[in-house]
Write a protein that binds this ligand. Structure first.
Ligand SMILES: [Zn+2]
Length: 146
């Protein structure tokens, strides 16, 4: 954020509606508030810097990690085809069309150019979350059924 920019707060009622729709999960990596013990952030799917509005259909819940790595990014390089593609749009695309879990259920595998680019840009398999997912899997809390 540059100096002089004013970040608009998310109105309480809008935050409540997002929590209801997204069930307190990160719509990107499917981490739940209950597992990580941290309140989900509100992500602008189309970033504010690109003209994205603070409206129900441009907002989603995202964990701190996905939100920070996504930042104002809208596209990423698919490591397989080396093509720049738009990142996953959680409201216009279905998670299961673009991602799946590996056998251990701790690692997200991108199934499409969009999925693979999003896994990389958002660092959805960073070592810290993998460690946490291992515990969640052994406790039977992960992956969520969605
Ligand atoms: Zn996440």
């Amino acid at each position: 954020m540059t100096q002089g920019e004013v970040k608009m707060a998310i109105p309480i009622e809008l935050r409540r509606l997002l929590a209801e729709r997204d069930k307190n999960y990160c719509v990107y990596c499917l981490t739940s508030e209950e597992n990580c013990g941290l309140r989900m952030h509100v992500d602008h799917i189309i970033p504010e810097t690109a003209g994205g509005k603070t409206t129900f259909d441009n907002l989603c819940l995202a964990c701190f990690s996905c939100n920070v790595y996504k930042s104002a990014t809208q596209t990423g390089l698919d490591p397989l085809t080396q093509i720049m593609v738009p990142l996953f749009h959680p409201l216009q695309q279905n998670w299961h069309d673009h991602f799946t879990w590996d056998e251990s259920k701790t690692k997200i595998i991108g199934l499409t150019p969009c999925g693979r680019a999003t896994v990389l840009i958002l660092q959805m398999n960073n070592p810290t979350v993998i460690k946490a997912r291992r515990r969640w899997v052994s406790a039977g809390w992960h992956p969520p059924v969605m």
